[in-house]
Design a protein around this ligand. Structure first.
Ligand code: ASP
Ligand code: CP
Length: 312
């Protein structure tokens, strides 16, 4: 694999290889010196045109654990403000030694453009492009589901597991990447949200969809994944009323209490507590939100290893 651009392009074997490799690397995190020499001599650049806490820092942690060198670019404070293009920025970073470019960009397709344009020769990892995809997020979500529902996660699929993804689906690259990956691994996915926040053409996706969160809760899903309302992608932000949204789509304590005992609650972060998820639920024993964050480091180690491991 040269690039990791989307989960839509991953087949079952590739997905399982990444997830199993992430499991192997998780063991490293528990060692006294959590570091391997595997990517010594490789330079990873974080090229972030949008804000990030988890993704950017966990790619840094992953690269450090594999002994790669790291350069970090953030659009604020860079020469993008002077009109520098994506092409020139990427070529500049490669001239300074980049072998892997981890890119987050507000335009859907920016990572694919970088990978196919011939501007640079580095491996490209999509760390979130517009409302399109966020493949390493879906991989860490799948890893969290496997660990929770399989005593031996290595090699396991998600066959038969039911996952409800709730909220602002239309603007969510997390939802899109999860739909592709989780269904490839055999899970049943239900998308839940108000009509304005479900994508047009959702009936053609390999999922069920509903406007009714209470129905979805009563169908006893194994996992409920809550999404943030991404107002930054809504123009004037008036697609929905805040009050109606909270009433109809918030995972309140009362709703969470109706879930089966073993059902888990997920959230990619950042959370807006009291909006899509009640604080009590986010902090409850059902919540695997910090496991997701922890697994993000292992999954990103696996991605770096699969793309560059043989070429360090
Ligand atoms: N952090 C995730 C993303 O960048 C989800 C979110 O921002 O709500 O897509
Ligand atoms: N889940 C996620 O991508 O978080 P950040 O936006 O903080 O990276």
């Amino acid at each position: 694999m040269k690039h990791l651009l989307s989960t839509q392009e991953l087949d079952v074997d590739q997905a399982l290889t990444l997830l199993d490799t992430a499991e192997e690397f998780q063991a490293v995190a528990n060692r006294q010196v959590p570091k391997l020499p595997t990517l010594r001599g490789v330079t990873m650049v974080n090229l972030f045109f949008e804000d990030s806490t988890r993704t950017r820092l966990s790619f840094e942690a992953a690269a450090q654990r594999l002994s790669a060198d790291i350069m970090t670019f953030q659009v604020h404070g860079s020469s993008v403000s002077k009109g520098e293009s994506l092409k020139d920025t990427a070529q500049t970073l490669e001239a300074m030694g980049a072998d892997v470019i981890v890119i987050r960009h507000p335009s859907s397709g920016a990572p694919a453009t970088l990978a196919s344009s011939g501007w640079v020769h580095s491996s490209i990892i999509n760390a979130g492009d517009g409302a399109h995809e966020h493949p390493t997020q879906a991989l860490l979500d799948a890893m969290t589901l496997r660990q929770r529902f399989h005593s031996e996660p290595r090699g396991a699929l998600l066959t038969g597991l039911s996952v409800a993804i709730v909220g602002d689906i239309v603007h969510s690259r997390v939802a899109r990447s999860n739909v592709f990956l989780l269904t490839t691994l055999g899970a049943k996915v239900t998308l839940v949200g108000p009509p304005a926040l479900l994508p047009q053409g959702v009936d053609d996706w390999p999922v069920h969809s509903t406007y009714d969160l209470d129905d979805a809760i009563d169908s006893a899903p194994d996992a409920v994944m809550m999404l943030r309302v991404q107002r930054e992608r809504m123009g004037d932000g008036s697609l929905i009323s805040h009050k109606d949204y909270v009433r109809n789509y918030s995972l309140t304590r009362a709703r969470a209490d109706r879930l089966p005992q073993d059902s888990i609650v997920m959230h990619p972060g950042p959370m807006n507590r009291g909006v899509e998820i009640a604080s009590h639920v986010a902090d409850s024993s059902r919540s695997v939100i910090l496991d997701q964050v922890r697994n993000g480091v292992s999954v990103r180690m696996a991605a770096l290893y699969e793309l560059r491991g043989g070429q360090a």
